[in-house]
Write a protein that binds this ligand. Structure first.
Ligand code: B12
Ligand code: SF4
Length: 449
């Protein structure tokens, strides 16, 4: 049986992202299937993809739906039309059954099944795909498999995968070559799951709340494969790399033992680190920390259910800075309780943070399975039947979006390291040119003067 795995993500801002999820899906399928992975970014024109579909003539087409939209209130873009065209292209050029999966799909499975008229979908981890294919080959009962859905499914079972997880990384594959030629950034997972409960966040729903750790030495072996293939930078895709300090330190130690010499970075929670934590990570190559800070107002941090206070952010920042690491802080404005006073408190506190880039998002998107969803429902901002595939942003009753934007814009004026929105901003437009010239990594550190 032939399985064509397609990464549908054509978004290149802030940079194109290697479709790591499909490496795991291919790893789960193993040698029992004839598997080919393609990436829409890798084709100069849609005709190239059509040809690839025709040539391979798959029995199953697994489509990875990562982004729903760019979650940007200023330049909002959604990708549903692109995905519909892709599924249409698969249907026109093959007899493959269309199976959807991916993080974006997992947030809105029913909506995507309907909008794309797909045959099957898998919520959460794609390691379940072989179970679906076996059931289809044996005329088994597909509906009884947890997490596997059709357009008719009403009750969806979200269950983290508890069995083997194996990545299939092929240095010679066309998608790998594409990313190596454009910035050289590849990515890596060290665990799945996030134990925190930030009120707006989808990650615990996508990956589960319980952390499932990959053995550090195995992680380092995977990192070494990326380095040997020519990667110039590794992004660790964990929800929060430091959610477990011991495991992350063991990973760093294993990187040293495995001879990882390229820089790496990832998302961190700005919780108070143990002494010397960032120094140890820096010695193992950590070069960039992206803190999910979101606010520096005590009331808002509490409302967003963040697992830290403003003082903890300063402590984490200072330790990372002292270790010589590049730091970015992400902010989310306009959540429950946001007012002119809380915004002022945050912006004043931002001034206390030195040598960092700040990414400010004005407006928090409401996703199902989050506490914010329940709040928005109670406040009548959304209804239970509402289709949220088209982005809806929470509105704080105490301040308008316009006021938030004006205040943030006036504080950010003239400062290159204060970025508003998703990075489609002028300062980051230079990134593709830098990647073409051989620069690697997220590169936002060049905005810090
Ligand atoms: C790391 C990350 C980033 C990093 C990526 C860096 C890098 N080089 O890899 C950075 C910071 C660059 C980033 C940027 C953005 N991101 Co982001 N990111 C993530 C994060 C935390 C992890 C993604 C990941 O790689 N996971 C690890 C892999 C192994 O998992 P996976 O891809 O989900 O695959 C598994 C399953 O989904 C499934 N699967 C995947 N494909 C398929 C296909 C089939 C057929 C099947 C059956 C199963 C299947 O099986 C896989 C293995 O179990 C997710 C949140 C999350 N926890 O998932 C958000 C997330 C994907 N990002 C999101 C968004 C919005 C963005 C941005 C648009 C933000 C912005 N405005 O700039 C950009 C887009 C960038 C781009 N070019 O696409 C959203 C997407 C949903 C949405 N609202 O559209 C997510 C889900 C977060 C959220 N808000 O809910 N991101
Ligand atoms: S915002 Fe970060 S720390 Fe909070 S739940 Fe989401 S991934 Fe976990």
């Amino acid at each position: 049986m032939k399985v064509l795995l397609i990464s549908a993500n054509a978004l290149k801002v802030p940079y194109p992202v290697y479709p790591l999820g499909l490496d795991y899906v291919a790893g789960a399928l193993g040698s029992g299937y004839n598997v080919k992975t393609v990436d829409v970014n890798d084709f100069a024109s849609p005709a190239g993809l059509t040809e690839a579909i025709r040539d391979f003539s798959p029995d199953f087409a697994g489509v990875s739906i990562r982004n729903i939209d760019n979650t940007d209130t200023i330049n909002s873009r959604d990708f549903l039309g692109e995905y519909q065209n892709l599924v249409h292209r698969i249907r026109e050029n093959s007899r493959a059954l269309v199976i959807l999966g991916g993080s974006g799909f997992t947030i809105f499975p029913r909506e995507f099944m309907r909008a794309l008229d797909a045959d099957y979908g898998i919520v959460g981890e794609g390691e379940k795909l072989p179970l679906l294919l076996q059931a289809l080959e044996n005329n088994g009962n597909v509906q009884s498999l947890p997490g596997i859905i059709t357009k008719e499914t009403t009750d969806i079972i979200y269950e983290p995968w508890g069995k083997e997880i194996k990545r299939c990384f092929s240095p010679e594959s066309s998608p790998v070559k594409f990313y190596l030629a454009r910035g050289g950034m590849l990515n890596l997972q060290t665990k799945r799951g996030c134990p925190f409960r930030c009120s707006y966040c989808t990650y615990p729903h996508i990956e589960g709340r319980r952390m499932r750790f990959f053995p550090p030495r195995e992680v380092a072996r995977e990192a070494r494969k990326l380095q040997d293939a020519g990667a110039g930078y590794i992004f660790i895709t964990d929800s929060a790399f430091n959610a477990d300090y011991d495991h992350s330190l063991e990973v760093a130690q294993s990187f040293l033992e495995a001879g990882i010499s390229i820089p790496w970075g990832g998302f961190f929670a700005p919780t108070v680190p143990p002494g010397g934590y960032y120094k140890k990570l820096a010695l193992a190559g950590l070069s960039h920390v992206e803190f999910g800070t979101e606010s520096l107002s005590a009331a808002i941090l509490k409302n967003l259910q963040k697992p830290f206070a403003a003082e903890d952010v300063f402590a984490a920042h200072d330790q990372a800075l002292a270790a010589g690491i590049h730091i970015a802080h992400y902010f989310l404005f306009g959540g429950p309780g946001e007012s002119a006073a809380t915004l002022r408190e945050t912006l004043d506190n931002v001034e206390k943070i030195s040598r960092s880039v700040f990414f400010f998002f004005c407006g928090i998107r409401i996703y199902p399975h989050t506490a914010l969803y329940e709040i928005a429902l109670r406040e009548g901002q959304i209804t239970a039947r509402q289709n949220l595939l088209q982005p809806v942003f929470y509105r704080s009753p105490a301040i308008t979006d316009r006021e938030i934007m004006q205040k943030v814009e006036s504080s950010a004026a003239g400062r290159f390291n204060w970025i508003i929105g998703a990075g489609e901003n002028k300062a980051l437009k230079v990134l593709p040119k830098l990647y073409e010239r051989g620069f690697t990594g997220p590169l936002w550190e060049h905005l810090i003067s």
